[in-house]
Write a protein that binds this ligand. Structure first.
Ligand SMILES: Nc1ncnc2c1ncn2[C@@H]1O[C@H](COP(=O)(O)OP(=O)(O)O)[C@@H](O)[C@H]1O
Ligand SMILES: [Mg+2]
Length: 244
């Protein structure tokens, strides 16, 4: 297997606040895996542990690439990007006063991606044609949906092996939520991109995910082998389906 992410018994805290407790998940090459959970249950904390922005208190994170195991704990964000892990952060985190294209170039600092910058840019524009039309527009002047496209495209500019997407639906209208999540699904299906996506939006997420985990109060409350298991699970029904 060329790529596998394995998180084992991971715990993380912010001072006295325990955000993650004994979390174990895995993502294998070619999969689209969902990390489901409502607000404040630890999704972003897990994403930040994976990208070196939060240092866990206990547990392990191993990224195995072509048979070589890399321990991600203790590595900085830059080193983790260089291994081929890119994150689309919650809230997009664009540079609003730079143009679309300048934002995209900032995603290409990974040395391995610099050589193929033109090719990666072409790929981003083919994936999101509107960004090519608007490449000279200031990112901050675009609509929320377009800004999310820029954020995803910027991550793609590092030619990642593993794409982490943290709540792409935040702040978007229902139509844009479904379009954005569908685009992420298309990257997985058509281009073989390995994806771990954190989301609250259960119905849109199960359209693109192969399987998933449900985080409740920082613990994995349920792990599914496929989407049907997710849809039929009691924890999920209570959280997402029962009340509505
Ligand atoms: N920087 C921080 N300092 C203190 N507590 C935090 C911080 N970030 C998140 N938390 C807390 O950690 C828990 C998990 O938050 P988070 O990982 O952001 O959840 P989610 O992404 O699922 O909404 C929450 O209780 C939240 O209040
Ligand atoms: Mg979050």
């Amino acid at each position: 297997m060329a790529l596998e992410l394995k998180v084992d018994a991971l715990s993380a805290s912010y001072g006295a606040v325990r955000a993650l407790e004994g979390v174990s998940i895995s993502v294998r090459e070619g999969e689209a895996v969902a990390l489901l959970g409502t607000n404040g249950n630890g999704k972003s904390t897990l994403m930040k542990c994976l990208t070196g922005l939060v240092t866990p208190r206990a547990g392990s994170i191993t990224l195995t690439i072509d048979g070589t195991a890399h321990n991600l704990i203790g590595k900085g964000p830059q080193e983790i990007v260089e291994l081929g892990v890119a994150m689309v952060a919650e809230g997009r985190r664009l540079f609003p006063r730079l143009t679309v294209e300048e934002n995209l170039f900032l995603g290409a600092y990974r040395p391995a991606a610099r050589a193929s910058l033109a090719k990666n840019l072409e790929f981003c524009y083919a994936t999101f044609p509107v960004l090519k039309e608007r490449r000279r527009q200031l990112a901050g002047s675009m609509s929320g949906g377009q800004q999310q496209m820029v954020a995803i495209a910027r991550a793609l500019m590092s030619a990642p092996r593993l794409l982490l997407v943290d709540e792409p639906s935040v702040g978007l209208s229902p139509l844009l939520v479904s379009q954005t999540i569908e685009k992420i699904g298309e990257l997985n299906r058509k281009h073989g991109m390995t994806v771990l996506m954190a989301e609250q939006n259960f119905h849109q997420t199960v359209k693109i995910a192969h399987r998933g985990y449900v985080l409740v109060h920082g613990e994995i409350a349920f792990e599914s082998r496929d989407v049907a298991e997710l849809e039929n699970n009691e924890v999920v029904k209570n959280l997402y389906l029962g009340a509505s």
